[in-house]
Design a protein. Structure first.
Length: 110
């Protein structure tokens, strides 16, 4: 009888799993519906995305940059003022181009 060395279990450790989830992302979706006598009383839609901040920004999710509870108020006000100034500039450019083309002027937004 010969004994061959057994290969140990080569599983994936938690760090590898977490690294892969954060790199690729993980989406969990589900609905909870509460009904009584075939009358739907409540529907809760649950969507969960688990990924790294880099991956979230890459796919266009960056809500935390503009959430007023997570960003300093003065930074938010500066961003709003900059965006409002840019809107005014774009409206002026649009009005100039419209008048040059002989079109009726576009009223500024409220």
């Amino acid at each position: 009888m010969t004994f061959e060395p057994r290969r140990g279990y080569q599983g994936t450790n938690l760090v590898d799993i977490l690294d892969r989830i954060l790199d690729k992302g993980l989406v969990v979706a589900g609905d909870v519906r509460i009904s009584l006598a075939n009358v739907e009383l409540l529907t809760i839609r649950i969507r969960l995305l688990v990924c790294s901040i880099d991956k979230a920004e890459q796919i266009g999710l960056n809500w935390w940059r503009y959430d007023r509870y997570l960003v300093a108020q003065e930074e938010t006000e500066t961003t709003i003022a900059r965006l409002e100034q840019r809107i005014i500039e774009l409206e002026q450019q649009l009005a100039t181009r419209s008048s040059a083309a002989g079109e009726p002027p576009v009223p500024p937004s409220p």
